[in-house]
Design a protein around this ligand. Sequence first.
Ligand code: FAD
Length: 553
Amino acid sequence: MPNPVIMVVDDDPAVLNAVERDIRAKFGRDFRVVKASSGAAAVGFLEQLQLRNEIVALFLTDQRMPQMTGIQFLEQARPLFPEAKRVLLTAYADTEVAISSINKLLLDYYLMKPWDPPEDHLYPILMELLEDWRAGARPPFEGLRVAGTLWSPQSHEVKDFLARHQVAYQWLDVDKDAKARALVEAQQSGELRLPVVFFPDGSMLVDPQIRDLAEKTGFKTKASLPFYDLVIIGAGPAGLAAAVYAASNGIKCLVIEKQAPGGQAGNSPKIDNYLGFPSGISGMDLARRAVTQAQRFGTEIISTQAAKAVRVQDSYRVTVLADDTEVSSRAVLIATGAKFRRLEVPGVEDFIGAGVYYGAAYTEAINYKDQPVFVVGGANSAGQGAMYLSRFASKVTQLIRRPTGPTMSRYLIDAELANPKIEHMLHTEIVEIHGKPGNITEVVVRDNQTDEKRTLPASAIFVFIGALPQSDVVKDLVMLDPNGFILTGTDLMKEGKPPKGWPLDRDPVILETSVPGIFAAGDVRLGTAHRVASATGEGGIAVGAIEGYLSAQ
Ligand SMILES: Cc1cc2nc3c(=O)[nH]c(=O)nc-3n(C[C@H](O)[C@H](O)[C@H](O)COP(=O)(O)OP(=O)(O)OC[C@H]3O[C@@H](n4cnc5c(N)ncnc54)[C@H](O)[C@@H]3O)c2cc1C
C-alpha cells in the first residue's frame, strides 16, 4: 500500500512551499506529502486519490484563499475522506471562523501563522492528530474480519469488544453481502453459525466467548501475580487515572476490567469539555492514551474479567474474580462507575443489541446510514450520541421525558439546534416498538402531558438515560446509600463519629469507604459530579489517600 497522504493547500506559493518542506522533513518517511495551490485543484486531486484507493490522513489548509476558502475546501473534502484530520492555517483575524468550525465538527485544530519554529508550534500538534488518525484508521483491508448480521446481539457484542479495544476489523453483513455469506457457509459445510471472526493467520472463531476473543487478539485476561499493593476494580476514567498516579509513584497495581478499558466515557464519540483537548476527544482515544500511559509506568491491566466480590482477610484485601481466581492486595480502589438505566418498554429485551443500543452510538451508527433513528435521554451523553448519529442517519429524533428540555451543556444545545437532522421531542416517551429484532420499523411515542400517541418511522433506538451505580461487587461489605452509591469519607460520619464497626482510632479519610483500605472514586461514589474530569480527579486524590494508608500500615 502507498503511504497515507498529508495534503497541504495554500494559494501563496512561498507559504505553500515552506509548509510542505517542514512537513516533509518530519513526516515524509511515513506519509506522502502532496500540495495544491487552490481549493479547486485540491478537490480534483482528491478525486484521483479516491480512484486509486489511497487514503488521506490529514488536510492542512490556508483559510484565506480566493474562490474557495479553506473551510469551503474542507466541507468538500469531508465526504470524500471523512476520517482525515482537518487543520486550518489562520491569521489572527480568522480565529472566530476557526472556532465556530470546531463546533460544527469541521475542524480538528487551527494553527496561527507563523508556526515557527515547527518543532514547537507545528510538529507536536500534527503528531498527536496523526496518532489519533492512525488509531481509528481503517486502511484497505488485510486484517481481522467479522461476519454476522445486524440483528444479532452476539455480533454487536463482538463488534463492541473490538471497537472498545481499538482493534480495526472489517464488518461483513451476511444478509447484504452474498460473498460474505458464501465465505461463512464454505467454512461451516453449509451451516450458518454467527458471528464468525476471521483472523489474518487463516484461523477463525465461531460465535466466540468474549474472553476467548480477548485472548486470541492478545489481551491479558488473567493477573500475572497473586499479590499487589493496590487492586483497582474498573478501568473507566477514575480507575485509569488512579492507575497512572499509583504506578508512577511506584505502587504495584493491577486494574481489573469486566469489559474493555474506557468505561462509560468509552461510549462517547466526542468529549468536548475535558481540559486540554480544545476540539474534543473521543472517549476511546482518551482510554487508549490512558491505558498506554498507565502501562508505561508498569500497571498491569486485565480485561473481560469481572470482580465479583471483595473480602477482608487480616490486613489483606482479597478480590474474587468471575473465574473464581483470587488476587490479594494491601488496598483496593472501587472505580466501577455506573451504567445506563434500562428502557422500560414492553418486549424491549428482544431488541437489545439488535436495534436497541445502550450508549454504543459509536459502534453502530454506521449501520443506520440514511435511516431514521431515535435517541432517548436529554443529558450530555445523549446530545453527543445524537450529534454523532446525525453524521449517518437521515433523521435523529431525541426524546426527552422532562417537560423543561435537555439538561445538556450549552455548546451541545447550540450544536443540535444548528443541526437540521436533529429534532427534539419534549415530555415524550417510547411506549411500543414495532418490527423484528434487527429490523425495527416504527416506534409509538406518547406525550406524557397530553397522553397523545404517535407512530413514527424508526430503525434503531439509542438509549442514554440515568446512571445506576455498579456497586454490586462490594454491596455486602461497605456502606451504600439507598440508591446503591458508595459512601466515603465524611459522608460516613454520624454526629462526628465514624460508622458502626469502624475498627480504627482515626476517622475514614477522603474517598475511604466504611472498610479501611477500601477506597472508592468516580461515578460509583455518592456525591461525585458524573464527569470525566471529576472521575479522573478522584482517581488521583484516591491515590494520595491510599499512599497514606499504605505507609501507615
Ligand atoms: C455516552 C456518554 C457520554 C459522556 N460524555 C461526557 C462528556 O462529554 N464529558 C464528561 O465530563 N462526562 C461525560 N460522560 C460521563 C463520564 O463518562 C463518566 O462520568 C465517567 O466515565 C465516570 O468514570 P468512572 O471511571 O467513575 O466510571 P465508568 O466510566 O462507568 O467506568 C467504570 C468501569 O468499571 C467497569 N466495571 C464495573 N463493574 C466492574 C466489576 N465488577 N469488575 C470489573 N470491572 C467493572 C466497567 O465496565 C467500566 O469500564 C459521558 C457518559 C456517557 C455514557
